[in-house]
Ligand binder design. Sequence first.
Ligand code: NAD
Length: 318
Amino acid sequence: MNEPTVHQGLAQGRVVIVTGAGRGLGRAHALAFARAGARVLVNDLGVALNGDGETGGSSPAGQVAEEVRELGGEAAVSTDDIADSEGAARLVRTALDRFGRLDTLVNNAGFLRDRMLVNLGEDDWDAVLRVHLKGHFLPMKHAAAHWRAEAKAGRTPRARIVNTSSGAGLLGAVGQGNYAAAKAGIAALTLVSAAEFGRYGVQVNAVAPAARTRMTERTFAEDMAAPQDGGFDAMAPENVSPLVVYLGSDAAEGVTGRVFEAEAGRVTVMDGWRRAAHADKGARWEPGELDDTVRALLATSPEPEPVYGAVSVDEARR
Ligand SMILES: NC(=O)c1ccc[n+]([C@@H]2O[C@H](COP(=O)([O-])OP(=O)(O)OC[C@H]3O[C@@H](n4cnc5c(N)ncnc54)[C@H](O)[C@@H]3O)[C@@H](O)[C@H]2O)c1
């Protein structure tokens, strides 16, 4: 049995959808919301790590819903594909039908098909963009349509959306061009939806997590292993959930349009694209003039963060 945590009660009375909640981070979020007092719609299509092999039925979403009930919480199950228009609409409808309201949407479902760009098949590009990017857009659209109707009826909600980006999307990652593009898109979608939905009482933020799940357990097996000595299990997915519960609660009033990295015991505000040095000629440049200008601008601008997995040109030639 899981121990109650300090954020117990923060989501009291809220109805929360968590997509991809049958395993890994989504499962941890669903259980944390339940422990914090929320009723939870546990969604999961039950696919393999590369998105293949839809199992349908109630497993693994059904198993997590059962775990929520064992904690004394209330849960319902959705096995809808969140990247399908009808599936996303049904997801939101199910929460409303089962619990009579919707307060928080956590977009988390997704999978990987890693390849170097020169070897990346078009199908693998499409599948990863679809599940992450469309799989965020469609549930947000249907949830926001409900909240807009509530606001227009004079019942402006204190609604929350928590999206799931990734360090790969914010800084880039070698071998993950499709995934990085989708996760960068999710960061941009977070800013746009926060700006558009604010007037309906909806706040939107994103987390870029790092944790030990089937997505990372092979690549980062050593770095992410649980300690043998019973010390703090830094890479447990449960460590990401408190921030997700907080952002999905009333307590986060006024926090919107932000991207946070969440890993182990650390919460980091990510500072996105912003203008650095500039030069303005007041007229059209000749291409040949730009070498000196661009180099001078780069010399006075901050160095970019390194891309995950990148080696320098010198190293690559060795
Ligand atoms: N684990 C990490 O360190 C890490 C790092 C950065 C970002 N993320 C992101 O966190 C999220 C959760 O990943 P995880 O590590 O827990 O992986 P996971 O594979 O354990 O869980 C993802 C779940 O999503 C479900 N899913 C996939 N496609 C679906 C669809 N179309 N509809 C409904 N459910 C679907 C899968 O069945 C699976 O249970 C993902 O968006 C991932 O990209 C994870």
